[in-house]
Every structure is written in C-alpha cells, then in structure tokens.
Design a protein around this ligand. Structure first.
Ligand code: EPZ
Length: 417
C-alpha cells in the first residue's frame, strides 16, 4: 500500500502554478459527449477522477486522446447508453452523465454513483429535475432505467437546495431540449460558470450562471469547441493553509482571486499577509498563527465545505479556539480523529467542531478517509515534529495532481513509498 512520508517542520517557500479544477473538468468532460464533433480541453488536471471520467467516455464509444493536461474527446462514435457499475462507483460526478446520455440517446441505464463518503448523498434533486424535463425513470435494484418519449422539453425547475451536481445535470439535459428551462435556486459555484462557458462555446444558450436563476434556451445541436479549465480554488486554499501552518512564503500563479474571496478572511484572521495581483496571490505568515473564530460552510459565495478540512488542519496549531460549523454534509469531520492522532485538540458535536489550538503536533501514522480530509492530514503533517505517515492516498490522488512533487518544490520533505 503506497503511503506518503512527511518530515515536518519546514516552512513552505516558493512559487507554484495552480492545477485545473477537478470539479469543473469532470462535468466539462461529460458535456463534451453532447457535441456532434470533437472538443479539446486544456488545463485538465492529471487526477484519478479525470481518468475515471475518460474511462466512462471511452466505454460509451468516445475517442479520447490525452497529451499532458490536454484532452481531446471525439463523441461521434458514442452510441452506448449504459454505464457499468464499477465505473459509476468510482466517483460521485458520474451521475452527471445521466442528463447527457438521456439528451444524446433518449435513454440511459446507470447505477447509483460512488464518491467520498460524507454522510448521506441522495440524488433526489437530480431525478426530480430530469423527470420534469421529460425523462421517465424506473428504479430497479440499484439501477436507474431511463427513457425519453420523443425529445426532452424545457421546464421551470425550483430546487429546494442549490445542489452543484443537480444544477450541472439540468444544464446538460436542457441545453439541447425543446424550449426553455429555468432553474430557480441554482448553484452559484464558479465551476457552474465554467461548465456553462464550455457549453456556450459549443453553441448552447445559457444565461444567469453565477446567479440563483439560470435560463437555458434549448438548441438543436452542439458542436465541439476548445476550452481551458478554470484554476482549482480548493487546491489553492489547501496550499495556502499549508503555508499558514508552516509559517511559509508562497506565491500561487494562475489563480482566480474572485473565486478565493470566500476563504481569504480565514487567512487574514489567522495572521497571514496576503497580496494579490492579476492571477497571482502571495501569502506569507511571519507572526503567530491565530485561531479562525467561526467557519460556517455554505453554498457559494459562502465558505466552501471543501476547504473546511484543510483550514481546520491549519487551526490545530493556532493560538486560541476555532469553531467550525459544517452545514453542507452530515459527516464531514472524519479527519478530526486522525488530526487528534497528530496531537491536535478537537471536539466534534454533530455539525460543530471546536479546535483548541496547540503549540506542537507530533508525527504519527494517519489514514485519509476522503479527499479533503486526506489533504488536511498532509497540511498538519507538514507542521508536525518528526515523521507523519499518510495512507489512503487513492482519496488524495482523486483531487491533487502530484501533491508530493508540488510540495517538494516548495521545500517540504515529503515522498511517496
Ligand atoms: C459537489 O458535489 C462537489 N463535487 C463537492 O466536492 C462539493 O463538496 C459539493 O459540490 C458542495 O460544494 C463535484 O463537483 C464533483 P451537492 P455534489 O449536490 O454535486 C444534498 C470535493 O471534495 N443533495 O451540491 O455532490 C447533498 O447530500 C467534492 O471535491 C441532496 O439532498 O454536491 C449535500 O448535503 C466533495 N439531494 C448537499 O445537497 C440531491 O439530489 C450538497 O450537495 C443532491 C444533493
């Protein structure tokens, strides 16, 4: 079993270009299926989830060519409408194929998706929305058998929660549907904007992304395009947390500052100095690391739930008490118990976690149980005395491209065995 070995106690210093965003690349790869000609996706991160998406596209009949962070998807041969269970279980985002396959082929057969275990992750909002667009869905022993009589049609969809995945699924299904669809209480995450930008370049008529009401005027067909995936705001926040806890000096390039605005207050509160210019952000921590009073995770533009774990890791070595309130997922504190193995002082009560900062962390063997929780263990290990051994790397590799190589360029002593 491969593991990361971290010898902590070195401040992170240097410059790093931020990878493309996993949570944008995945739905964009899926969207390419809708086109009747090839698309080229640039800045597509080298992640196991991207690999999983490409495997599904290949299974469906697409031709995939990858050269570094550039992926070409030719969907002209895609004629399959089912996805094998093992491919569906690899990740949560596979559910977004449902809207795309129904739009392209008028039928689909998939099982329930996999992905990080963060508590219950139902797909009711996806299914009720697709039904309103004209998809007939029969559930059969864990499988969803879907068909469309004729063509998908527009609808006025009001969502009870601004689900990211459901908003994407609706956009993909409605882009070539007959008539106009509105999504009320849509997700406003920047990744939604990026997917819509891709679809717009393919000829889709989508407006209002970034706001709570999105309008999609269906078009008869989409053609392939060339698109560059936006930078990953959560990876950026993770490396900033690693700089905060180690007392480093880091410049990140290729970032989108606006996308980072929900997390910046936490770094200012922690005593970090931040300077931004264009697509560059510089973070430095020279004085004492201070606690982050309250972190409440919310849909965008609130504080992102995906940054909760890395920022919690940073606050374990801060002076004072930090309080976290996880509002998005029911069970997203599994990393807390592992951080306690490193000497952190964390109490969890339901959706509230209270972190009492401690002067020192000590290296130990810890296990990643999900993607961001795994990243949090790396952040803490970088500041712990002695050796930290992190296992469960398949979780981390889903969202961080070459994490040990990136951190080594910044002076960290970290290697994979
Ligand atoms: C996306 O997941 C991201 N994943 C997640 O990032 C992220 O944590 C999440 O959005 C919230 O920002 C990808 O983009 C691939 P949701 P998604 O649908 O689409 C409930 C990471 O670390 N819900 O917005 O699955 C759901 O249970 C990952 O990169 C329903 O109740 O998130 C959750 O409590 C982890 N019914 C809440 O909404 C539904 O039909 C938010 O889920 C759908 C969702």
């Amino acid at each position: 079993m491969s593991r990361l070995i971290i010898e902590g106690g070195r401040p992170l210093c240097g410059e790093l270009r931020i990878q493309g965003a996993k949570n944008s690349a995945l739905p964009i790869l899926t969207s390419a299926l809708l086109c009747d000609s090839p698309s080229i996706i640039h800045n597509c991160p080298d992640l196991s989830d991207v690999e999983a998406s490409c495997s599904i596209l290949k299974y469906l009949g697409c031709e995939i060519t990858r050269v570094g962070e550039n992926v070409c998807i030719d969907p002209s041969g895609a004629d399959k409408f089912d996805i094998p269970e093992d491919l569906m279980r690899e990740m949560r985002s596979s559910i977004v194929f449902l809207g795309a396959i129904c739009a392209k082929l008028g039928k689909a057969r998939i099982s329930f998706p996999g992905g990080c275990e963060l508590g219950p992750r139902p797909i009711d909002l996806h299914l009720s929305a697709l039904k309103q667009l004209g998809v007939v869905i029969e559930e059969d022993h864990g499988w969803l058998n879907c068909h469309v009589d004729g063509r998908l049609h527009g609808a006025n969809i009001v969502m009870s929660f601004p689900s990211v995945g459901a908003t994407e699924n609706i956009m993909l299904a409605a882009a070539t549907a007959q008539g106009t669809t509105t999504i009320v209480n849509a997700a406003r995450e920047p990744e939604i904007d990026d997917v819509a930008d891709f679809l717009r370049q393919c000829g889709a008529k989508i407006s209002g992304t970034g706001e709570s009401i999105i309008t999609i005027e269906g078009v008869s067909h989409l053609k392939g395009c060339e698109h560059t995936v936006m930078p990953d705001r959560i990876v950026a926040a993770t490396y900033m947390a690693a700089t905060g806890i180690t007392g480093g000096d880091l410049t990140l390039t290729g970032v989108n500052i606006r996308h980072l605005s929900p997390v910046l207050p936490a770094f200012f509160e922690a005593g970090c100095e931040i300077y931004t210019e264009g697509d560059l952000i510089h973070i430095q921590r020279r004085g004492p690391l201070k606690s982050v009073k309250y972190v409440r995770t919310m849909p965008y533009p609130g504080f992102p739930t995906d940054a909760q774990a890395p920022i919690m890791a940073m606050s374990t070595k801060a002076y004072g008490t930090s309080i976290f309130i996880e509002n998005i997922f029911e069970n997203r504190y599994k990393h807390a118990a592992e951080l306690v193995r490193l000497g952190a002082n964390i109490k969890v009560e339901g959706k509230v976690a209270i972190v009492e900062g401690t002067e020192n962390l000590f290296g130990a063997a810890v296990e990643a149980t999900d993607l961001r929780g795994g990243a949090a263990l790396v952040v803490a290990g970088l500041a712990a005395e002695g050796k930290t051994v992190v296992t469960g790397l398949h979780h981390i590799d889903r969202g961080y491209a070459g994490i040990e190589a990136e951190l080594s360029t910044l002076g960290a002593k970290i290697y994979r065995m």
